[in-house]
Design a binder for this molecule. Sequence first.
Ligand code: HEC
Length: 126
Amino acid sequence: MNRHSLKCLSATVVALLFSVQASAEGRGQVSYKDDIQPILQIRCLECHQTGGDGLAYSGLDLSSYEGLMKGTKHGTVITPGDALSSNLNVLVEGRAGIRMPHNRRSLTKCEQEMLRNWVNQGAKNN
Ligand code: HEC
């Protein structure tokens, strides 16, 4: 098990253990550098960086925070604070006609939740 999935697993265990008390404090802060970038790197960069199909078709470059926030040639894919309407979350959660990662297995529930919490916390470069 790699470092990333360990963190994912321990976050789930902690969330379960503290779910009763957690409501007041909310979930822990999600970090772009520690939590989000590794997911994008492993699951998206294959296509969403220079030379990849995803970048060629949509213009979305996921190799940097700036690229992620810039979005596609049609516009942004993230509305900070609002994962419900952010296209990135819509796609990875399979709430639209197409799903990302394209033609690959879905992100785990934990990874989807990590992305959702990060966007809802303001999609910061933290
Ligand atoms: C196997 C290649 C591949 C992988 C892996 C992949 N994508 Fe894509 N992605 C594409 C292609 C191709 C398009 C263009 C689809 C189209 O325009 O029909 C695209 C388009 C997109 C779009 C824009 C859709 C729109 O409405 O314009 C988003 C957002 C996106 N991808 C996010 C992601 C995220 C996040 C990941 C990783 C979790 C990911 N993609 C992984 C190939 C991929």
